[in-house]
Write a protein that binds this ligand. Structure first.
Ligand SMILES: [Zn+2]
Length: 327
């Protein structure tokens, strides 16, 4: 994949491309940013650029190396990913055995260690030893969501590539160019993904659809009906889907935000859940601004509490009751 085709991260791409073109490549890079921001995609494109026979600012996408890289069978590129929850010492030892070998086809070798923060302590110490005495023509690319979970001695040996969120319009274009998601949901997906193209891509999965979103609207229906015992049961049920709750609450927040914006402006172009506009209009007949503001505050507060790992069930029960009571 060409670096030019990687969505977003303009500044990071310029720095990496200039380093590649001018032969000023560091021994190790650490790509960090949120899940779904594109760390591995960019690291792979950079690896391909470094390995390409043309040795220029980007991949040529045509040489034998680029073709083998695209097929995932270039022996000079190594991908290390967690086995289960961790990258284990055996995986790094395996890597260690190959580092001293000369490249097969390219002029260098590139190791990509994805989700490096999952390395066990032993694995991290073993990698540190390799990074302390880096073999020639070998480049390490690490990705992580959180550099603070890595050994500081590893981080200090890497050039940092911080990746920020991608602008919504670029994500929209990316989804359209790749025919990903139904045309009418592209804007919605690009908004809901919150600057993370990987998340938009996953949400647009044809069979998966907008599963989480459906869950949000089912929940909202129950809140609207105000049946307290139903809501308590729902809070219990949601505990089974704890891992996606920050996402559910984020989307619920956007729904209340839409209601507030519509009430204040009646401007369709500002509404995110545009496919639900009729529901939005009818729901608003019996709500006032202070109710909506209060609901938004309540959801936000519950989101913070869940992020801080406070009692999940209790937090959700209280939220359900507050939202239903406001109705
Ligand atoms: Zn090439």
């Amino acid at each position: 994949m060409m670096m030019a085709n990687v969505i977003g991260h303009k500044q990071a791409k310029i720095i990496l491309q200039n380093a590649a073109a001018e032969g000023r490549v560091a021994h190790a890079y650490l790509f960090y940013g949120l899940e779904g921001v594109g760390k591995t995609t960019l690291a792979k494109a950079f690896a391909n650029t470094l390995l390409c026979k043309e040795g220029n600012i980007d991949t040529c996408d045509e040489c034998s190396i680029c073709r083998r890289f695209a097929k995932g069978c270039l022996p000079d590129f190594f991908l290390v990913e967690p086995h289960g929850n961790n990258i284990k010492i055996e995986q790094i030892r395996e890597l260690q055995q190959t580092v001293s070998f000369k490249p097969y086809e390219a002029s260098k070798k590139v190791y990509l260690i994805s989700r490096a923060e999952t390395m066990t302590r032993d694995a991290a110490n073993c990698l540190l030893k390799i990074l302390e005495d880096p073999p020639p023509d070998t480049i390490f690319l690490l990705t992580t969501v959180n550099p603070y979970n890595l050994l500081p001695t590893i981080v200090s040996r890497c050039q940092i590539v911080a990746l920020g969120k991608v602008p919504q319009q670029e994500i929209e274009q990316f989804l359209r160019d790749n025919n990903r998601g139904a045309p009418e949901t592209v804007v919605l997906l690009a908004t809901l993904c919150n600057g993370l193209p990987g998340k938009a891509w996953a949400m647009a999965e044809p069979d998966k659809g907008l599963e989480t979103r459906e869950m949000v609207f089912q929940l909202y229906e129950k809140i609207k009906n105000g049946d307290i015992s139903e809501l308590i049961k729902k809070a219990e049920e949601l505990e089974k889907n704890k891992d996606i709750m920050p996402e559910v609450l984020e989307q619920l927040l956007l729904w209340y935000r839409d209601q507030l914006i519509w009430q204040e402006t009646s401007d369709k172009s500002l509404i995110i859940n545009i496919d639900k506009i009729e529901e939005l209009k009818s729901d608003l007949e019996y709500k006032d601004k202070s109710f909506l503001v209060k609901s938004i505050e309540n959801i936000h507060e519950a989101k913070m509490q869940i992020n801080r790992n406070l009692n999940f069930r209790l937090t959700m029960e209280v939220l359900m009751l507050k939202l239903a009571k406001c109705t």
